[in-house]
Structures are given as structure tokens and as C-alpha cells.
Write a protein that binds this ligand. Structure first.
Ligand code: ADP
Ligand code: MG
Ligand code: MG
Length: 513
């Protein structure tokens, strides 16, 4: 495997080699929008009062080595995951069973569920849903085997605001560019080749998903021009990642889109009598648009809802005729609790959603052990494991949250649980840590180089457009489904968290071995 046979990767660079590589990396990244707005800890607001500065996104200098079989498995299985999660989102009754275990102990999940129920009461007027998903994995080697074959284990499945599809296409192109201009030393020539470097088509492929929803919406009902709306956070630093999707949507599909800060929803949108969503751009007030598709890059965190008015805004959008990416039920399908229930050994759940036994078996091989912390038999065992400092060091504790920075790792679990009333323990799931093989790389972040051991996380994007079922059968149908490229995120091996935006990792690309 990579760790044993490629100890010298990446190679040490001479001063001249490093300067050449970095000079090219920095210019290429800004030229191609492989960039973020600088953190205020890096550039103070007083130094950039009008917010014009951008800086290279945290990137690896070299593409990381990744087992070819695992990479291909992750891509090949994505359509099965699209089928699985769209089927969960269509199964309100099943999701209700999951949510009921959380509503009394997790206010955010409770609020999402209430919002769904309120819209259901009035009746949903749009039966199409769009998912721009990302399934995240790490390579796992079974330490009990003497010559373990690497396997892919799922970290989590994202159903809302799956980010970095824009930057991922750019970083794979950056590494290819560095190869083309001979910035990598000749000692790497057998490893880094045009064939082993994988290009990610995620920006274009995710934009194609938004275009498919836009088209499926049908003609305007109000004789207004049609548009897609990106619902965004107010102070988004990762704006260029999103811009790549917006520009691909316009350039490759001719579809106009607008950025709407979530907090301004009610000021710039209104619902017609038949709940058609009308958007009036604040800077172009003479034209208003009919919204076909709402793409949420906000609304996944409780921090996005500082006021009750923000929940009114989410409900206002949910009850509109626009196609939601994601709907509230699709958002809830991404709860870590769902992942845990699916991973329960011998459970009937996977079969319910994936009737083809071969497909279900393939998906099952990617599950890592995950346990509830409830009063079930498995839950009682897991509570003991989590409360004990020795056994807890193999696990991570996760609440029903997104966006990074929410988990509790290893030895920190027992003292954390000690402070938490036991009635609240079931709001968390306990997951075995995946232990990927050690790798090395160099990360450029805020102009500083960090070299050393790294951990890589592969994300595979999936696009799925489906129609909800109606009547007794409730089956619905998938209209479009495809694998939509990949993301590799790489972090220092001293960090438990992997979020690039949360300040821990870098975007990377795969060099297959
Ligand atoms: P979020 O939805 O906040 O991104 P994740 O489940 O992806 O939550 O956890 C955040 C990070 O924690 C991951 O990117 C990964 O680096 C680390 N992590 C989570 N689960 C595991 C696991 N089972 N084994 C190893 N690392 C994990
Ligand atoms: Mg997530
Ligand atoms: Mg994650």
C-alpha cells in the first residue's frame, strides 16, 4: 500500500525547486479562482475595508497518493447512494421515526421537523426535489491483518450545502498544470502522470444538476424571466467556490442565478397567490424573476437562525413552488442518526430503500461501525464504551450538526458525557474512528508552508433529481442521477477535524497508485 511502498513521497525540494513551484502555484490559483476571501485573523478588516482582497485557498503542493481501487469504488457507488438518500427523503413516515427520537433533545432537528409539518399542513405545491450530495470517505486498513487491502469507509453523507465542488475542479487542474510545467522533480515522474492525476469535473457537473432542475420546473407561470437562487450566508469566505457553480450555470446552460443572503430572504422575495416564488434583486429593482430552484448554501447550522424570523424565512421558502436543493426532508435525511440506523447490523432498513440485494451489499461494505447512545441493547453497550477513557479512544462522538467543528474525539468523550445529562446522550451517535494509512504532503495556508504527516478524506459528489410519490404507494421516481466528480481534502495528522473552511485542512487532488 501507499504508506509502505512510497515512503519518499512527496520528495524534498531544493530551495530553487520550491520557489519555482510556489511562484507558479500562487499565480495560477488566483488566475483561476482557486481562492477564498482572507480570514480576519490573516487580513484585518481595517486593512481591506471594502473587502476586495482574495488569497489562495489552502492547497497541497503535491497531489496525495490514493489507492486506485478505493477511488474507483467511491465513484462507482455514488449512484446507489443517490438512490438510497432520495428514497429516504421520499419516505416521510420512516424519517418521522428517526426524528421522534431526537425532537425532545435536539432543538434544531425539532425546528426543521416543525417547519416541514407546517408546510405539509398547507400542502406542498412542488413534487420535484434536487439533491447535490457529497459522500465522504477515508481509506481504512484493517490493523488485524498482516497484509491488509485498503477499503473505503464512509465518514458521513451530506445532503445540504455540500461545498468545494467549485474549488475541487480547480485544484486538480492546478496539480496537472504543475506537472505540465515540470514543477515536480523528475523523481516523481513514474508516480505523477497525466493518467494517475484525476481531474474532478465537479463544478460543471453540479451546475448541470442545477440546470436540470431549472429545466424540469417548466415554463414561467408569471411571464417573468426565470432564475436560480443561491441562498448564502452573510459573510461567506468560501464565495469563489460557489461562484464557479454560478458561472458554469450561466456559461454552460444560459441560466441566470442570484445570491440571496439567507437573512434577507423576506426583504427580497415574495410568494404569489399560487405560491410561485418571486425574487426582486435589490440592485436591479425594475425587474423581478420567478425562482425555479433554491440552492441552499446556508441554513444548515443553528447559527444561521439567530431570530425566530429566520425560521419564518425557511418556511416561506419551503412552501414555495421553487424546487428546493434540498427540501427539509432531504436536509433531515442527512442527519448522522440516519447514517447510524442504516449501519445497524442485520437491520431491514437498507433493503427497504435499496431493493436490489447486490447494490445494498456494495453500499453496506462502505459503512463503518456506528452506535446509538440510547436505551437499546446496542445503545447500552455503546454508552459503556463511550464513558470509559480506554475504550473511548477508538471513537468519535457526533451530534446532528453540519459544517465541521461539532464533534468530540477519543479521550475527550468521557469528560464531555460526564457533564451532559444522560437524557441528552441519545442526541449523539458514537462512531468508530477510521484509521487511514499514514501519508505525507505539504500544505500552503495563508502563505505559510506546513509539511508532515497528513490524513486524506475523499468526497464523491452526486446529483439526483426526483419526483415525490403521492397516494398510497408513495414511491416517487428518480428523473436524473449521476456521479458528479470528487473532492480530496487533506489535513495534518495531528488534527481530528478535517474542515477546510473551519481552518483545519486543504483542498487536494488524487494521484492514483
Ligand atoms: P461534519 O458534518 O461537521 O463535516 P463529519 O462527520 O464529517 O461532520 O466530521 C468532521 C470531521 O471529523 C471529518 O471531516 C473527519 O476529518 C473527522 N471524522 C469524522 N468521523 C470520523 C471517523 N469515523 N474516523 C475518522 N475521522 C472522522
Ligand atoms: Mg457534513
Ligand atoms: Mg464532514
Amino acid at each position: 500500500m501507499t504508506s509502505k511502498t512510497h515512503n519518499n513521497y512527496p520528495p524534498e525540494l531544493s530551495n530553487e525547486e520550491e520557489s519555482y513551484l510556489l511562484a507558479n502555484l500562487k499565480d495560477w490559483s488566483i488566475t483561476h479562482g482557486l481562492a477564498v476571501r482572507p480570514a480576519t485573523s490573516f487580513v484585518q478588516t481595517s486593512q481591506d475595508p471594502s473587502g476586495v482582497l482574495a488569497t489562495t485557498a489552502p492547497v497541497t503542493l503535491f497531489p496525495s497518493l490514493f489507492p486506485r481501487s478505493c477511488f474507483e469504488e467511491g465513484l462507482a457507488i455514488q449512484r446507489a447512494y443517490n438512490e438510497l438518500y432520495s428514497a429516504i427523503a421520499r419516505d416521510e413516515k420512516w424519517l418521522q421515526g428517526i426524528v421522534e427520537e431526537l425532537v425532545d433533545i435536539d432543538d434544531f432537528v425539532a425546528k426543521l421537523w416543525q417547519t416541514h409539518l407546517a408546510v405539509k399542513e398547507e400542502g406542498y405545491v412542488q413534487d420535484l426535489s434536487l439533491g447535490l450530495f457529497r459522500s465522504d470517505y477515508m481509506v481504512h486498513e484493517d490493523p488485524s491483518q498482516s497484509n491488509p487491502t485498503p477499503g473505503l469507509k464512509q465518514v458521513e453523507f451530506n445532503t445540504i450545502a455540500s461545498s468545494f465542488g467549485g474549488l475541487s475542479s480547480q485544484v486538480s487542474a492546478l496539480h496537472r498544470h504543475l506537472l505540465t510545467i515540470n514543477a515536480y522533480p523528475s523523481s516523481t515522474s513514474s508516480l505523477i502522470t497525466a493518467d494517475t492525476l484525476r481531474q474532478s469535473k465537479s463544478a460543471s457537473s453540479l451546475a448541470k444538476g442545477l440546470a436540470a432542475a431549472h429545466k424540469a420546473y417548466g415554463p414561467s407561470k408569471t411571464s417573468r424571466p426565470l432564475c436560480v437562487v443561491f441562498v448564502v450566508q452573510d459573510s461567506e469566505r468560501n464565495v469563489f467556490d460557489q461562484r464557479h457553480l454560478e458561472y458554469a450555470l450561466l456559461e454552460e446552460h444560459g441560466v441566470r442565478s442570484f445570491r440571496l443572503p439567507f437573512g434577507e430572504t423576506r426583504s427580497h422575495t415574495k410568494l404569489d397567490a399560487d405560491r410561485t416564488l418571486i425574487y426582486t434583486p435589490p440592485n436591479l429593482p425594475s425587474t423581478s424573476y420567478e425562482v425555479t430552484t433554491l440552492y441552499f448554501r446556508a441554513g444548515y447550522s443553528p447559527d444561521d437562525y439567530p431570530n425566530e424570523e429566520d425560521w419564518v424565512a425557511r418556511q416561506h421558502l419551503e412552501k414555495s413552488r421553487a424546487i428546493k436543493c434540498p427540501s427539509i426532508l432531504t436536509h433531515l435525511a442527512g442527519c448522522k442518526k440516519v447514517q447510524q440506523v442504516l449501519a445497524t447490523p442485520h437491520s431491514p432498513h437498507l433493503k427497504r430503500f435499496l431493493p436490489d440485494a447486490n447494490v445494498a451489499a456494495q453500499v453496506l461494505t462502505t459503512f463503518a461501525p456506528i452506535y446509538p447512545l440510547d436505551n437499546s441493547e446496542a445503545g447500552t453497550d455503546a454508552r459503556k464504551l463511550a464513558a470509559d477513557p480506554t475504550s473511548a479512544s477508538k471513537y468519535v462522538l457526533k451530534p446532528q450538526r453540519e459544517g465541521g467543528g461539532n464533534n468530540i474525539y477519543r479521550k475527550a468523550i468521557p469528560p464531555f458525557l460526564e457533564k451532559l445529562p444522560e437524557t441528552h446522550w441519545p442526541a449523539y451517535i458514537l462512531m468508530e474512528m477510521i484509521e487511514p494509512p499514514p501519508l505525507k504532503n505539504a500544505i500552503l495556508r495563508n502563505g505559510e508552508l506546513h509539511r508532515g504527516g497528513v490524513i486524506c478524506e475523499l468526497g464523491v459528489y452526486g446529483v439526483c433529481l426526483w419526483r415525490d410519490g403521492s397516494g398510497e404507494e408513495q414511491k416517487g421516481e428518480i428523473l436524473e442521477s449521476w456521479e458528479a466528480g470528487y473532492l480530496l481534502r487533506t489535513k495534518g495528522d495531528q488534527s481530528e477535524e478535517g474542515g477546510v473552511a473551519a481552518g483545519f485542512g486543504a483542498v487536494d487532488s488524487c494521484c492514483l497508485v
